[in-house]
Design a protein around this ligand. Structure first.
Ligand code: HEC
Length: 262
């Protein structure tokens, strides 16, 4: 199926149907477009050189990326970058057009549920306890006509043993730098955050000053909403904590102080 699809345009229709139907087994469809092993090879070749555990360009490691267990919110970020030239960033050229399209299409299917909360539990390295992670994506209006909608991903990670928590915001496709933005839980007064430019050492050996695509947030666990304003001028993105399952919320509450509204 995969080879036949490669030489036709009909996979576009299939993706469209899969996206509209919404009820399909997501990974099965993505795997039909491109086997996870091939997606993993592409990510290793074209992306992981910079997105290593050690370097984490853009606050992201893809060193252990596994398309077979794609997290929808992460897939949405990859998709945004895949459509915005990241394939060529490693300086290795880009895959042939058919491969490119199938990679994008498979990632699109994996990203299908990115606007719902995804919760996963993983083991921290060296058995330092299990980590409970909740993530979700929101997009905002395109900044220029005829461009993709920019996406923001929020990830809350809670170490169930140490009770240490982290809230990370990432965005794509454009980086940002040297400005203040605001984080408000449940409509309370915004907590100021600053984004400072710094030189990033690229995984491919070069060093340059790029903007940032990630920030750690200092905020309580909201009941209803977490509102981020002005990462890009005049832009607001709202994450729906009211949609978080109550059981999952209690897991996260182990690591984060409750919002002031409680
Ligand atoms: C030459 C190094 C380099 C390569 C290769 C590279 N990236 Fe990145 N990536 C960066 C840097 C630096 C940033 C942060 C600044 C920015 O967004 O431009 C970033 C940001 C990102 C982000 C947004 C931040 C986040 O955490 O979500 C995503 C997603 C991403 N890259 C995915 C990819 C994918 C997918 C590939 C392969 C197709 C790739 N990158 C290849 C350096 C690289």
């Amino acid at each position: 199926m995969h080879t036949a699809l490669k030489n036709s345009l009909s996979y576009r229709t299939i993706v469209l149907v899969a996206v509209i139907a919404g009820q399909f087994a997501i990974s099965a469809d993505a795997a039909e477009l491109m086997p996870p092993a091939q997606q993993n090879e592409l990510v290793q070749k074209y992306c992981a050189v910079c997105h290593t555990e050690a370097v984490r360009n853009g606050g992201l490691s893809l060193e252990h990326y596994n398309a077979a267990q794609a997290n929808p919110a992460l897939a949405a970020m990859l998709l945004s970058k895949l459509r915005d030239g990241a394939m060529g960033a490693a300086g290795l050229g880009i895959p042939d057009p058919a491969t490119r399209d199938l990679w994008v299409a498979a990632t699109a299917v994996q990203a299908e549920r990115a606007k719902d909360w995804t919760v996963i539990r993983t083991e921290a390295p060296e058995s330092k306890g299990s980590v409970f992670t909740a993530s979700i994506v929101r997009d905002v209006a395109p900044r220029k006509r005829d461009t993709d909608a920019p996406v923001y991903r929020l990830t809350l990670a809670c170490n169930m043993a140490s009770h240490k928590g982290e809230i990370q915001l990432t965005w794509s496709p454009a980086p940002q730098t040297n400005r203040m933005f605001s984080v408000s839980a449940d409509g309370n007064a915004g907590i100021p955050h600053s984004l400072e430019g710094r030189e990033e050492k690229m995984g491919n050996g070069t060093a340059l000053t790029t903007g940032l695509a990630a920030a750690m947030l200092n905020a309580p666990l909201p009941e209803k909403t977490l509102t981020i304003t002005d990462v890009f001028p005049g832009e607001t993105v709202v994450f729906p904590f009211g949609e978080l399952d109550q059981v999952d919320r209690r897991q996260l509450a182990v690591c984060f102080p409750a919002g002031a509204s409680e």
